[in-house]
Design a protein around this ligand. Structure first.
Ligand code: GRF
Length: 202
């Protein structure tokens, strides 16, 4: 059955665009029923408009407290009745009510080979550590920071003359492959979480 997916972003939305492309090619059996953003200036809004995907703005700055913002975000998500929530460059830590509501139904893309380099500036952390391989991870979201069960990872070599931008750009190319692939696997019911592992049925 066609799944309902909601994508949540804070900014540019190039990963969202990669999902739109895969949906338009018929590569994922799903409808993107909404783009949800905490940022009224997010460029992703233009991408959603161009693809005729409804936009829901839950403006972080419009709420007096983080708790009120989280309540509004949860209400906005519930209204869409999603089978899958995709965090694609959502730059805030989610509160536990939302994480619990969507346990096993929410995935995130992180620009590092987890469990290394969680949190912000993952590519900078990788360079500073001197690793030779970097990459991206798509994982289920749990209450830990970037710590949920891993669905898939893709890696890139770190070059001697890389700076944060060149490395981030090379990783981003892999993100644009990994995230639509993980969404497809979820929407085709191929993923099973077993403890810390995600089994992928081929
Ligand atoms: C990506 O690198 C993603 O992994 C990270 O934030 C960036 C978002 O890029 N969490 P975009 O908005 O998808 O272009």
């Amino acid at each position: 059955m066609t799944k309902r997916i909601v994508v949540v972003v804070s900014g540019r939305g190039s990963n969202f665009q990669a999902i739109i492309g895969a949906l338009q090619r018929g590569a994922i059996p799903a409808d993107c029923v909404a783009l949800v953003t905490d940022n009224p200036k997010a460029y992703a809004i233009e991408r959603a408009n161009a693809a005729k995907i409804p936009v829901v703005i839950v403006d972080y700055g419009a709420y007096a407290t983080r708790e009120l913002y989280e309540q509004a975000l949860l209400a906005a998500l519930k209204e869409q009745n999603p089978d899958l929530v995709v965090l694609a460059g959502y730059m805030r830590i989610l509160g536990s009510a939302i994480v619990r509501e969507y346990a096993g139904k929410m995935i995130n893309i992180h620009p590092a080979l987890l469990p290394s380099f969680t949190g912000l500036h993952a590519q900078r952390q990788a360079l500073e550590h001197g690793v030779k391989l970097a990459g991206c991870t798509v994982h289920f979201v749990d209450e830990s920071l970037d710590g949920g069960p891993i669905i898939l990872q893709r890696c890139v070599r770190v070059l001697d003359d890389d700076d944060e931008d060149t490395l981030a750009n090379r990783i981003l190319i892999q993100e644009h492959i990994a995230l639509p692939e993980a969404v497809r696997l979820f929407c085709e019911d191929r993923l099973t979480i077993e403890g810390r592992s995600v089994k992928v049925r081929m």
